[in-house]
Design a protein around this ligand. Sequence first.
Ligand code: F3S
Length: 406
Amino acid sequence: MHLTDEEKQMLSGDAGEAARLSMELLVKIGDVYGAKQMVSVRSVHAACVYPEFSVAVEMMEKFADLGGKFRTVTTANPILNPQNMGRWEDMPEPNELKQATIRQINSIKRMGVIPNWSCTPYFQGNLPRLGEPVSWVESSAIIFANSVLGARTNRTTMGVDLASAITGRVPNFGLLLPENRAGTALVRVDFKLERLFDYGTIGFIIGKVFAGEVPVIEGLPSTTTANQLKVMGAAAAIKGGIALYHALGITPEAKTKKEAFHGKKPEFELEIGEKDIKAATEEISTIRNGKIDAVLVGCPHPSVEEIKELAYILNGRKIRKNIKFCLFAASDTVNWSRKMGYIDILEESNVRIFEGDCIIFHSTREWGWKNVATNSAKYACSLPSNPTYFDVLYTDLKGCVDLATT
Ligand code: F3S
């Protein structure tokens, strides 16, 4: 791989041991994927993953101890936030986990992370421009960056995110190259989308049918919001490993069909109608009967609008004592929503608010939960497997509230 003088200097150790290790890792990955060169990045979204994986904690600590400092705007995914651990008596957490997560947080902070702790970094100021190469983790954020913002990132993994942030580089391959961003499958949506939930269901169908493809979606309303695209992309990414889609007339690389497909014909086609949405909604749920232990909302982290909608639906209704209703959200969004009075409404209804957090990090096995309900297609797809192994009821936000209050 061709390296610039500055990159060679980093590889030789002249810029410090953290930069040397980072560059060595990036060169190896670039060689595996046939990259001819590195590209500069100014935006990284990193992960703090599961603190019970001691190797992840040690790796982050090692980079920090070796003097690693981030050159990029670097945000980080949700964490097992210590402020939420042991906050509720019926949701205890082992102390070792708390200590491990604190080590991770301290290490990444020493390197210069913006501690947003959220899977929606684009709502917290990490906002790359159209065509900009970046290095992001988190499948829902990656698909948003590629598709909605038109930035360019591969599905970066933990370790590579830190190496990119320390060196300001990423090997140039995959979705960083324009020729790999052409649409391959055409999806026609023939259905009036009314709820945010419907976008998640469409994302699930697209992920199921077109795993690993670059779908081009036709028929979304011109009023489609970033939030709706966020929810749809998150489901497509978790179900089908999709990292890029185009929405005709909506996303920036798809003003026309010709532009979206780079002048080629789609290899596959699919039409999604009302009956497909109904069938998928049923398919996503794994629960057929039994009591619900908890309702989980906020995946991906919600906007203020979503929190407002929850407050309006709750409207003074109380969550039943035998159900936990948990909302996961970025701190910024919670702060703004608090100033607007929505958080008071949620707290009066006994909603448990987890700032900067996600259920997947918690010791749910010790809480005895078996069945959960969620309005998130991403949660519904991921929670039945490791590490949570929940059965899931997938229903819209109103369905979640009705279930928890009546
Ligand atoms: Fe975010 Fe956790 Fe969902 S990281 S996208 S809330 S699974």
